[in-house]
Design a protein around this ligand. Structure first.
Ligand code: SUD
Ligand code: ADP
Length: 301
């Protein structure tokens, strides 16, 4: 008996960042879009206690101990509902690790939903979302999927209407970037400046609602991009290649270092992807469309 959950990656079409809070986090206006790159998490009862395994091209970079977000999710649910977390969690990883696409968060949400289905806890959606928020700022969105505005530290979600499909190209970099390090660099670059309250941009929300890629391209923004570029200047070359290859816009995905390119349609995305692949400025290139649903239990094969 096992349960498998499929969970998407995200791109931030807007990431407005406020000043550092006393707890070290930053208030955000974080507009998430779930895109069709997925991890799968399979949970199976295991007599030998909690165990995590991972397969996929980035598997060597994924921690297999209790710091893995999937393990933390299983332990949090077990504690809340008085269960033993005697499970084997197997992650089939397709989301790049430390890429600003929330792969670890996806695995956390996936493991939570899978363990919940396996154990039949009867937890409400809100209870699951509360556990997600304890695990990390990006984890609730991986459960919800689609498109949403995240406020607070990104964990308080308002789902958004999207009127069409957006076609993206993602260029994975040759090394990762640490999310806390990028926020620290944001603070350093912001020193001595007044940081406005983060708010969602109305033209961006309208563009999403209309499914208008040209309007979305004109309104995307990422306040962490200067910090990511400061720590990883070569990303500017990748952004320039994607722009020259016809992308409507190019930006760093979240805290990076994955770069994201919005294309007019699937064909232009494929063309930009092949130019980026040939450029030698990145490790791998993928295309993916969004929005897609959040964490979903798969039927038995
Ligand atoms: C930047 C974003 C954009 O969606 O994602 P990535 O691009 O890294 O995937 C998120 O805000 C990352 O969310 P997540 O990766 O869940 O971060 P958390 O585990 O909650 O926090 C890790 C660390 O990031 C910083 N952090 C995170 C969220 C936030 N609103 N303010 C922060 O300052 C803090 O230093 C915190 O200790
Ligand atoms: N299930 C997981 N998958 C990937 N990384 C994980 C996982 N659990 C914990 N981590 C840790 O979280 C770090 C950030 O990973 P990830 O979520 O992929 O990136 P990002 O926060 O940039 O989207 C990794 O370097 C790794 O040490």
């Amino acid at each position: 008996m096992s349960v498998t959950v499929r969970v998407p990656a995200k791109v931030n079409v807007q990431l407005a960042v406020g000043a550092a809070r006393p707890d070290g986090f930053h208030d955000l206006a974080n507009v998430f879009l779930a895109v069709g790159l997925h991890d799968e998490v399979t949970v199976t009862p295991s007599a030998g206690g909690l165990r995590v395994t991972c397969e996929g091209s980035d598997a060597a970079e994924v921690p297999l101990d209790r710091t893995n977000l999937a393990a933390r999710a299983a332990l949090a649910l077990a504690e809340r509902y008085g269960r033993d977390a005697d499970v084997h969690l197997h992650i089939t990883k397709d989301i790049p690790v430390a890429g600003g696409m929330a792969g670890g968060s996806a695995d956390g949400a996936g493991a939570l939903l899978a363990c919940d289905a396996l154990w039949g806890t009867g937890a409400s959606r809100q209870e699951l979302l509360d556990i997600c928020a304890e695990l990390g700022s990006d984890v609730p969105f991986a459960l919800v999927g689609g498109a949403a505005l995240g406020t607070g530290r990104g964990e308080r979600l308002t789902e958004l209407e999207v009127g069409g499909t957006f076609h993206w190209v993602f260029a994975m970099a040759r090394r990762g970037l640490s999310t806390p390090a990028v926020f620290r660099e944001f603070d350093r670059l912001a020193e001595g400046r007044d940081i406005p309250e983060p708010v969602a941009a109305q033209p961006l929300l309208d563009a999403l609602a209309k499914g208008d890629a040209v309007a979305l391209a004109a309104s995307v923004s990422n306040d962490l991009q200067p910090a990511a570029l400061s720590l990883f200047p070569e990303l500017s070359d990748t952004l320039a290649v994607g722009r020259a290859a016809g992308a409507l816009t190019a930006l760093v995905s979240g805290s990076g270092p994955t770069t994201a390119f919005l294309a007019a349609d699937a064909e232009s995305a494929a063309e930009a992807a092949s130019v980026l692949r040939a450029s030698g400025t990145c490790r791998t290139v993928r295309t993916a469309a969004g929005p897609v649903p959040g964490a979903t239990v798969l039927d038995d094969a």
